[in-house]
Design a protein around this ligand. Sequence first.
Ligand SMILES: Cc1cc2nc3c(=O)[nH]c(=O)nc-3n(C[C@H](O)[C@H](O)[C@H](O)COP(=O)(O)OP(=O)(O)OC[C@H]3O[C@@H](n4cnc5c(N)ncnc54)[C@H](O)[C@@H]3O)c2cc1C
Length: 380
Amino acid sequence: MEEAAGRYDVAVVGAGIAGASVACELAREASVVLIERESQPGYHTTGRSAALFSAIYGPAQIRALSRASLPYFRNPPAGFTATPLLSPRGVLMVARQDQLAPLEAMRREVFARGSVEVMDGAATQRMMPLLREGYAAAAIFEEDASDIDVHALHQGYLRAFRAAGGKLALDGEVVGLDRSAEGWRVSTRHRSFRAGIVVNAAGAWADELAGLAGAGPVGLTPRRRTALTVAVPEGTNPAHWPMVVDIEEKFYLKPESGRLLLSPADETPSPPCDARPDEMDVAVCVDRIETAFDLTVRTIENRWAGLRTFAPDGNPVVGFDPAAAGFFWLAGQGGYGIQTAPAMARLAAALALGRGVPADIADEGVDAGALAPARLERAA
Ligand SMILES: Cc1cc2nc3c(=O)[nH]c(=O)nc-3n(C[C@H](O)[C@H](O)[C@H](O)COP(=O)(O)OP(=O)(O)OC[C@H]3O[C@@H](n4cnc5c(N)ncnc54)[C@H](O)[C@@H]3O)c2cc1C
């Protein structure tokens, strides 16, 4: 039987990093319910990432949001987390002899973006001894790239949300969104909530959720990415190895809690779902990694896949829907939703509460117009 509706200023749908962070920012000055279909927040893409912060990765608006997030990562509010949110890693973008043209193109692109240096093959090999002798002809090194403690970030937001009086409703798949003069009625299978504003933080399902609200899809494409972990070769210590990314993003390898995280950097379009790795992607991954590194993968300890969801122009979708009053988008974070979350959450909370872009975020070059759902052509 359906329980009586609770009344809130804002209902946020989806408790991944996007929903948890914006709910936390909103709860400082509004009554907020955060509604999640699963029993475990972070079960989907947020819990499946490679946990990297790179200030030079992604399109211009993403880089601006990443820069604007750095102060929060380095200095979160008191009591937010007991452990640092960032720790040094470094990223080495390696090129074989036949990839020197893409390396040069990347060098021209990223030199203006942040502090990077170009290394020859010998220096690359010294920095990452697991590379096969002679594999790398050159590399671009981004020293400032960091590991993100995603669990600490996500849990920090959820804890602060609850401490501010926010309500987390788990096991609550939103199946209906109806608007009346009194605002939205948000229905899950067993309960319903009333809210003035609905925030769509439904990740890969964001276009589907918009459909419930009568708002046309903005054309999001979830893209599957596969990851696996393997043991490090005996007698090696990966703690200070950088992450290694192929210059054309055909694979990456990242030290992760005493293991190696490997990916073929696949981007296969997928319907929204509980993504599973495809055996072919796993095989391709192992082949590319064994070609580049002095590593024989005997046992795969863990394998998973997650959906990185992109708008057609690659920018996130943040702002009120032009056609559905009180329906606010926070979607399309692609492969950057963790590293941009602190700034994206503050930006989204400000816009949802009718304010402008916070000054420090605008100063980094974030343009609300480039993120607004109104910029995207709507399907009928
Ligand atoms: C392999 C991989 C590597 C990555 N590496 C990085 C990285 O290094 N750095 C980085 O910044 N980003 C990375 N990303 C991207 C990052 O993980 C995502 O951008 C981010 O997690 C998206 O968060 P989200 O909250 O939008 O989505 P999700 O975490 O998927 O959350 C959406 C939630 O909405 C819920 N939901 C959907 N529909 C409903 C409904 N009807 N009712 C209730 N709840 C609903 C879902 O259950 C889900 O929990 C990576 C992603 C993958 C897959």
